[in-house]
Design a protein around this ligand. Structure first.
Ligand code: UDP
Ligand code: MG
Length: 310
């Protein structure tokens, strides 16, 4: 069997990393296995427990410990940089994504040489109706606005070939949105369903607002269509204003009075200024990201790396 690398971002997963490691070694330890753990600035015993895992030596382990919390996307990036396997799998540390599924993913890659990525999507969601409605809407919006096609519900839980990893790393953007990046680099992707298990310990780090911001990140990062909204709204209001102007002139000529129209003026001023502010806001989102990117800051800072041979 070819060499497999697991990339595991961990943020405050102190209670989960050891059960995860045991499950991973049990499911995948018969082949050549490397596990890259990223401690994403955890404030609990995560790093301590990762070092315990390293000391066990039951498979090849690398630990990249960040100087602060940089977010899961940065964790994935660091993990990919340090993963050396022929197949690489991104998997969560909380055992919601069972390591046994990785076996099936690897089997597909071995049997079908034309498949480069095997992505798991959640076949049944254990979450609320409201959240799942917003998620569905997000995929509709982004697939309309952007040229890359995102598979709804597909997670970061993926196994892929080394060449895909190199392509993922070649995208040097600061604001990383994995789902979009995966769609952007292309490659033949096979989708398999999986059922997310309940978290063994702790709770999810994704609040509704975090998810909302993440969605905005995805849309802004992979589409410039919102910028066109300003042009569109400008044209529509321009045409409307022209029509109204003609009406006013005709009224003045036929009836001889200019309508007082105080309310109309107030409403129009308020409406148009809010449209303008909205559009400036959208432009600001892009300018801000441009600013972040042009500072050229690293995606993460590692304060400690364990298990990296020179
Ligand atoms: N995670 C991370 N950095 C963060 C937030 C999350 O590395 O800032 C990791 C987390 O430890 C877990 C994975 O990303 O291994 C998925 O996070 P979580 O389980 O909270 O998300 P959910 O499964 O609810 O989507
Ligand atoms: Mg989870």
């Amino acid at each position: 069997m070819a060499k497999l690398s697991l990339v595991v971002p961990c943020y405050n997963e102190g209670e989960n990393v050891i059960p995860f490691h045991e499950a991973a070694v049990k499911a995948l330890g018969d082949g050549e296995l490397e596990i890259v753990y990223i401690d994403d600035g955890s404030r609990d015993a995560t790093l301590h427990n990762l070092k315990k895992i390293y000391a066990r030596g039951d498979c090849k382990v690398k630990i990249v410990s960040f100087s602060r919390n940089f977010g899961k996307e940065s964790g994935i990036y660091a993990g990919l940089e340090h993963a050396t396997g022929d197949y690489i799998c991104i998997i969560d540390a909380d055992l919601q994504q069972r390591p046994e599924i990785v076996r099936d993913m690897v089997a597909i890659l071995e049997e079908q040489p034309d498949v480069d990525v095997v992505a798991a999507y959640q076949d049944r969601r254990g979450e609320g109706k409201v959240l799942s409605f917003f998620k569905r809407s997000f995929y509709k919006v982004i697939n309309r606005l952007s040229k890359v096609a995102l598979q709804p519900d597909a997670s970061d839980f993926r196994t892929f070939r080394k060449s895909v990893r190199d392509s993922l790393l070649s995208l040097g953007e600061y604001h990383r949105f994995s789902k979009g990046i995966f769609a952007w680099v292309g490659y033949n992707t096979a989708f398999i369903p999986y059922t997310a298990c309940a978290r063994v310990n702790g709770k999810t780090k994704w609040s509704f607002w975090k998810l909302f911001n993440y969605a905005i990140e995805g849309i802004i990062g992979f589409s410039t269509a919102p910028l066109r909204l300003a042009t569109l709204l400008g044209s529509v209001t321009g045409v409307a204003a022209l029509i109204y102007l003609i009406c006013v002139i005709v009224e003045k000529l036929t009836r001889g009075i200019a309508v007082p129209g105080y309310a109309t003026i107030i409403v129009l001023i308020l409406l148009l200024s809010s449209v303008q502010l909205f559009c400036i806001g959208i432009i600001g989102e892009y300018v801000g990201r441009n600013f972040e990117q042009s500072k050229n800051r690293p995606v993460y800072i590692a304060k400690e790396i364990v298990g990296e041979e020179e």
